[in-house]
Structures are given as structure tokens and as C-alpha cells.
Design a protein around this ligand. Sequence first.
Ligand SMILES: NC(=O)c1ccc[n+]([C@@H]2O[C@H](COP(=O)([O-])OP(=O)(O)OC[C@H]3O[C@@H](n4cnc5c(N)ncnc54)[C@H](OP(=O)(O)O)[C@@H]3O)[C@@H](O)[C@H]2O)c1
Length: 257
Amino acid sequence: MTRTPTPQDGLCWITGASSGIGEETALRLAAEGWTVVASARRAALLDELAGKAKGPGRIIAAPLDVTDLAATRALVTRLEAEHGPIARVILNAGTYQPDSARTFSAESFAATHAINVQGVINGVDAVLPKLIERKKGHIVIVSSVAGYRGLPRALAYGSSKAAMINFAESLKLDLDHHGIKVQLVNPGFIKTPLTDKNDFPMPFLMPVAEAVSVLVKEMNESHFEITFPKTFAFMLQRLRCLPYVLYFTLARQVMPK
Ligand SMILES: NC(=O)c1ccc[n+]([C@@H]2O[C@H](COP(=O)([O-])OP(=O)(O)OC[C@H]3O[C@@H](n4cnc5c(N)ncnc54)[C@H](OP(=O)(O)O)[C@@H]3O)[C@@H](O)[C@H]2O)c1
């Protein structure tokens, strides 16, 4: 049986905290009493974020490029030595560059996967032995509903998120025996700098504050998958069950070319 950690159990480390979902989540969790460690590459934004935190918790800025495994391991070791154990990790850092068969290149595919896949894996690598040793902790992996099925203009992004859905499922099955809670977050369209670059209609686009209210609440619940907005996620979950012939016919009609 896994237990949900509380602020008394230790730190909450969140990656991708310099903007969007990660930034808002860091602020909310600090207000709930967590000592939040906020990581991303843009150190100045993390310092600003730390200054904006409202108690009873606080935010510690910890710049990191999640693609750098050695730096990720070193950061986790330093954090635990200086501030105590990590009780919850939210692996949220991600990137999205719209692509298509015309613009496709192995380099841009690898750049997306380096952050969205290997960046998550590096974070898990750095914390996992410590959580297993302590037989407690909480790993939250932020993927996307874009990982449910192949979507147009999302060759690199969709495949990176599909990989993380499968990885989180597998990790949960392994870690249930160790008392470690694993949750998967699959957002739909949320208004952040990541979606601001989209030039197509985004159904059910949700303000980031609303999205993070769901995330923060459901991280304290026991179910595996956290989605928001619920209606859009529910619709896409149904598409997952369609046979290919029906899925491709529908996708051609309703999705951007
Ligand atoms: N917004 C949506 O509609 C939506 C939908 C589904 C899933 N998601 C997922 O939600 C997560 C957060 O996205 P968001 O919408 O909040 O986007 P965002 O505002 O663009 O935030 C992305 C965050 O990831 C960080 N990041 C990117 N590359 C990094 C690296 N190499 N090392 C460390 N940090 C890095 C960025 O910080 P720096 O640039 O400072 O490093 C930034 O803090 C992503 O995983 C995204 O795929 C978002």
C-alpha cells in the first residue's frame, strides 16, 4: 500500500518550474506548506519565482538542464544533503515544437526526446535509489493526452509523450511493491507559453490556474492518471479504443492538417 507524502515528509522537487504548469504548481505547493525545489534552465526566472512564494512553505531555486544526467544526479545529492529528503518529485519539464513529415529531421526529433523522455528518465534515475531505500515517496510524471494516439503535426512530441505514458505504467507496477506512489498526468490544452505558439484551434483550452487546481488536488488522491480538462481527456480516451480504420477516418476529418 502506497502513502501520499505530506510537506512534513520532505521536499517537493519540480522540474520545468520557470513557466506554465510548473511555475503555478510550485507556487500552489509552497502555499500548501511544501518546501519546493524549482528547477529549469532559466535561473533568473527561478529566482523571481522563489521571491513570489507565499508561505507557509517556500521555494528554493535550483537551476538544471534535465538532459544532463550527471548534473541531475549531483543536484539531487546536494539537495538531500542540504535540505533533507525528497518526498515528492514532479517531472514536468517538457518542450513542444510543431513538426510534420515536411519539416521532420532526426535532430529535431532527438532534441524533443532528450527533454521529454530522457529528461524524465534522468530525474527518475537520480531519485529512485533513495526512495526505494526509504520505502516511500511520490513520483509524478507529466505526459500528455497527445501520447494516447498518433496526432497530426506531433511526430516527435506525440511519440515522446506516448513513451512516458508506457514508462509510468510500467514504473507504477514495479514500485507498488516498494511503497512508492507513481502518478501520470495527461493534460489536454492548457494556456501556457508552450501552447501560445499554436496556430490551430485548441478545444477546451484551460487556464493554467484551473489546470493546476486539479493537479494539486489529485496528487493527494489515490488514482494513477490525472487529467484536465476532464471532458477533452475523456473524449480522447475513447479514441484510444477505436480500430485504426475508424480512428484514421475520424482524425482526417476533425484534426488540423
Ligand atoms: N500546455 C499544454 O497544453 C500541455 C498539454 C499537455 C502536456 N503538457 C506538458 O506539461 C509540461 C509543462 O508544459 P507547460 O505547458 O507548462 O510549458 P512551458 O510553460 O513551456 O514550460 C516548460 C518548462 O519546461 C522547462 N524546460 C524545458 N526544457 C528544459 C530542460 N532541458 N531542462 C530543464 N527544464 C526545461 C522550461 O524551462 P526553461 O526553458 O527555463 O528550461 C519550462 O519551465 C510539459 O511536459 C508539457 O509537455 C502541456
